[in-house]
Write a protein that binds this ligand. Structure first.
Ligand SMILES: CC(C)(COP(=O)(O)OP(=O)(O)OC[C@H]1O[C@@H](n2cnc3c(N)ncnc32)[C@H](O)[C@@H]1OP(=O)(O)O)[C@@H](O)C(=O)NCCC(=O)NCCS
Length: 159
């Protein structure tokens, strides 16, 4: 049995582990300042999963607060954007991503966010299942969204 806890990202101690997970798990990689910038703008929306026994960081989820056209109502509103979430292969199917998504939603609700969106590769069925089970619905496709030409599925949810 693996025990882990979800806690806030600490830019001083977690940045390398998070960048490493990002490189191992996703083709979309970012320089360090991208992570710290996301953190600076909305610290509570950036969380990690830490293994209790070893202290290892098993996954992260980071979010941004934006303004844009509402997908559910009319006019401009504040929206949450799930920027990136990943869990190391050896810690998958333990509910880590579910808990990171829950932490992100709680943080966004505290900032009075009522709706959220994300992009996911249309071939990434594991992630699509994760989001669908949390109530996200398919909104539209964004062709050639990714640098390798793959289409993104935009998914949205009220929170
Ligand atoms: C997608 C990802 C974040 C899921 O992380 P995880 O911690 O294993 O997810 P959870 O254990 O919380 O699973 C929650 C639900 O997601 C779905 N899911 C997760 N992995 C799945 C898989 N390999 N196949 C099918 N469904 C899957 C299931 O519905 C699962 O619920 P269940 O275990 O009760 O069936 C992880 O596989 C990952 O890091 N993938 C690479 C990075 C990535 O694709 N990030 C998302 C980019 S948009």
């Amino acid at each position: 049995m693996v025990n882990y806890r979800i806690r806030g990202f600490n830019p001083e101690t977690d940045i390398e582990a998070v960048q490493n997970i990002n490189r191992k798990c996703l083709p979309e990689n970012y320089p360090q300042f991208f992570f710290t910038d996301i953190y600076d703008k909305f610290p509570e929306g950036f969380n990690v999963a830490q293994i209790e026994e070893t202290g290892e960081i098993a996954g992260y989820g980071m979010t941004r607060l934006e303004k844009g056209l509402s997908n559910f109502g009319f006019g401009i509103c504040k929206k949450g954007h799930i920027i990136s979430i990943a869990v190391l292969p050896s810690f998958r199917r333990l509910g880590v991503a579910n808990k990171l998504m829950a932490a992100a939603s709680s943080a966004m609700r505290l900032r009075d966010i009522k709706e959220v969106y994300l992009e996911v590769r249309e071939s990434n069925q594991a992630a699509i299942n994760l989001y669908q089970n949390l109530g996200y619905i398919s909104h539209k496709l964004s062709k050639k969204y990714y640098s390798d030409g793959e289409t993104a599925l935009i998914m949205i949810s009220k929170i």
